[in-house]
Design a protein around this ligand. Structure first.
Ligand SMILES: Nc1ncnc2c1ncn2[C@@H]1O[C@H](COP(=O)(O)OP(=O)(O)OP(=O)(O)O)[C@@H](O)[C@H]1O
Ligand SMILES: [Mg+2]
Length: 404
């Protein structure tokens, strides 16, 4: 049993608190209102995915209300991830549908109860008592079905050459392999565009970020879908044709739209960014549910990372969304990951060791994760992907490294 599973859920913070997980903002607000009207403390609110599993681990709520609509895959995946993380989690589903198939899927994923929308204060109070007497059934027809919104993971860093693109590429592949869900990889490094090199792909000029990111280009679902390159690993790449001179034409709001469009169709959107925090990167950071802030153990990189944390603060990015990633952590350096955590004020989510195989994999245009699964870089990336997805990748269950 893990430390997470051993929790009793009667500690002061989580005693009667309720976590609301719902990707639809209006519906989430309704559920939060019901919780408040029931006089219960709110442990937090989140869309599906990593933020929900993180809050479950961090706040230990007594009850987790999860919205479930068609298509239910992302909601089901989130319930399963929460239950894998904490087998005792009291998950109760609420939905505008009373379809038996949806109910069956919710129960098989580990939900204890199935309530009809809109939730009332009484529903919440009763759910907290963990009643297990079958589905809510008021005959309400399914309606207002929203598409789920994927988790946007932006890989950023204050310097060039610290492994951002390598991490983004391999993380996307690892997420795809571990979750079997749809994963998109968006390259926003319009000047250099290394993702294409790492995967050995080249987009047509009017199907690349450098073109789609221009002002005035209409980003319909079809245009975005047609611009994706399906890699043999199963991920969808929105690549860059490098624009060494003309890269400034790419507009931040267009990049934000691209990230949002991909999040409508993919469970995970991994965004690679260039080595400086320009306006386009700021847009990618603001769209992110999770920011992987990469640093090396070099003094200059740590200094720049401290500055980057301040910049993120000035952009209004909540530090709770930032995960510090130390790359090349076995390089000769007197600085330790703990020093970096202290200097930046952020917990270290993961330390990725040096991996000799990386050079060769870039030359061959095959991400190292696909060629040398047992190597140090792929193993660290698999653990990180597992933590982000709330999935255990090793033989033993591990406490989420994001816990402070
Ligand atoms: N853990 C590691 N071990 C060994 N080599 C690594 C490691 N991480 C990255 N590298 C190598 O470092 C080089 C730079 O990596 P990468 O291109 O991913 O950096 P970047 O931060 O994206 O740079 P830029 O800002 O210029 O785009 C690559 O050759 C990559 O293979
Ligand atoms: Mg790069």
């Amino acid at each position: 049993m893990t430390s997470l599973q051993e929790r009793t859920h009667v500690d002061a913070a989580g005693a009667s608190s309720v976590l609301v997980v719902d990707p639809n903002l209006d519906s989430r607000l309704d559920a939060v209102t019901a919780v408040k009207q029931a006089g219960l403390p709110l442990a937090g609110e989140a869309p599906y995915g990593a933020e929900a599993t993180f809050l479950e681990a961090d706040r230990a709520p007594a009850l987790i209300l999860v919205a479930l609509e068609e298509p239910p895959m992302r909601g089901i995946a989130t319930i399963e991830a929460i239950r894998r993380q904490n087998a005792n989690a009291a998950v109760v589903v609420y939905s505008s549908s009373a379809a038996p198939e949806l109910l069956r899927q919710a129960m098989r994923a580990g939900a204890r109860d199935f309530l009809a929308k809109p939730l009332s204060a009484r529903d919440v109070t009763e759910a907290l008592a963990f009643r297990a007497d079958g589905p809510g059934d008021d005959g309400e027809a399914p309606g207002n079905r929203e598409r789920g919104t994927g988790t946007v993971i932006t890989v950023a860093g204050a310097k060039g050459g610290i492994g951002k693109s390598t991490l983004a590429a391999n993380l996307a592949v690892a997420l795809r392999e571990i979750t079997s869900q749809d994963v998109a990889l968006l390259d926003t490094d319009v000047q250099f565009g290394d993702i294409g090199v790492i995967f050995d792909v080249e987009p047509p000029h009017d199907r690349c970020v450098s073109y789609l990111g221009r002002e005035g280009v209409t980003l319909s679902r079809d245009v975005v879908a047609e611009s994706l390159i399906r890699h043999e690993s199963g991920i969808d790449i929105l690549a860059v044709l490098p624009e060494p001179n003309d890269w400034r034409v790419v507009r931040p709001e267009q990049v934000a739209r691209l990230a949002r469009a991909l999040a409508e169709t993919h469970e995970y959107v991994v965004v690679d960014t260039p080595g400086t925090i320009n306006e386009v990167v700021a847009a990618a950071l603001c769209e992110a549910d999770v920011i992987l802030l990469v640093t090396s153990l070099e003094m200059s990189s740590i200094k720049d990372t401290k500055t980057a944390v301040r910049v993120l603060g000035s952009l209004g990015v909540d530090s709770g969304r930032i995960r510090l990633v130390i790359n090349d952590s076995t390089s000769a350096s007197a600085i330790t990951p703990d020093d970096v955590a202290e200097a930046t004020g952020l917990p270290v989510a993961t330390s990725i060791p040096h991996d000799r195989q990386l050079g060769r994999s870039v030359q061959r245009g095959v991400p190292v994760y696909l060629e040398h699964r047992g190597g140090t870089f792929p193993r660290a990336v698999a653990d990180l992907a597992g933590s982000l997805a709330g999935v255990t990748t090793g033989s033993r269950r591990r406490r989420l490294p994001f816990l402070r």
